[in-house]
Unconditional design. Structure first.
Length: 259
């Protein structure tokens, strides 16, 4: 996880420095052009600036909205999984008493494996051992529940228990796929490219006077870099400052109620 944090911070620092550099390049380019022909230096500039800055705003709005919706969906899936597991666990009471202790222990092991799966992120490869353990426990819980429900005195045991187990298994797969659902990398590359190009144009436009306004330069680069950071942080909510770890409390509470 520390490697991902370092790489992410390095990328953002690189973006900030790159934007400052492009602002300076734009500034010097405008001064050079003005020295040759002041009128031609600004001809048609407003049209190009308006188009590119508008595209930049559109891409930011698109990526921010998508990241926010996926962030909320991931939080919702955690709560949904906790509810599904808790419901299935309670319905074990419909089975014969002899079958309950072993199945309850399997449930405890399963919740522990599910919690450990997401504590191991990132990377996804680090969570594979716990995912395999959870998948094996799913199979054992299903097989034992099916066998026990056949001998249950309550005819509705299988009708109530097995669908809840199926929902518990399905939500685990849904959560895994949700961790893989991100925009194509080219979208982030486009965002970074537009930030640099807009910095170049901003530096060009700010060179109407020869003195540099470092407050504006730093503020422009910092705000855009912070915006990109927030988008990426929401897109990968187990890496940076915006996290969903606190929602794991729902699963932890379910595990505590199993004791």
């Amino acid at each position: 996880m520390q490697t991902h944090v370092i790489l992410g911070a390095g990328t953002l620092v690189g973006l900030f420095l790159g934007m400052v550099l492009f602002l300076e390049v734009g500034h010097r380019l405008r001064l050079r052009m003005m020295a040759k022909d002041a009128e031609k230096a600004i001809a048609g500039l407003n049209v190009v600036e308006g188009a590119l800055f508008g595209l930049m705003g559109l891409v930011i709005a698109f990526t921010f909205s998508g990241a926010a919706s996926r962030f909320d969906a991931k939080r919702h899936l955690i709560v949904e999984e906790a509810n599904n597991i808790h419901t299935a666990y309670l319905r074990l009471d419909l089975l014969p008493e002899a079958a309950r202790p072993q199945l309850r222990e399997k449930f405890r092991q399963y919740v522990d494996a599910r919690l450990e799966t997401y504590r191991s992120l990132p990377p996804v490869a680090g969570a594979f051992p716990q995912m395999l353990t959870a998948a094996e426990l799913q199979r054992e819980i299903w097989e034992q529940s099916v066998a026990a429900s056949r001998g249950a005195t309550n005819p509705q045991a299988a009708m109530l228990l097995l669908p809840s187990l199926n929902a518990m298994i399905d939500i685990a797969n849904t959560r895994y796929m949700a961790t893989q659902l991100h925009p194509p990398p080219i979208i982030f590359a486009l965002l970074g490219t537009l930030a640099l190009v807009c910095s170049l144009l901003a530096g060009f436009g700010m060179a109407g006077g020869r003195a540099r306004s470092w407050i504006h330069i730093v503020a422009f680069a910092a705000i855009l870099t912070l915006t990109v950071y927030v988008i990426i942080d929401m897109e990968y909510p187990r890496i940076g400052l915006i996290r969903i770890d606190e929602f794991d409390r729902a699963l932890m509470d379910v595990r505590a109620n199993m004791e």
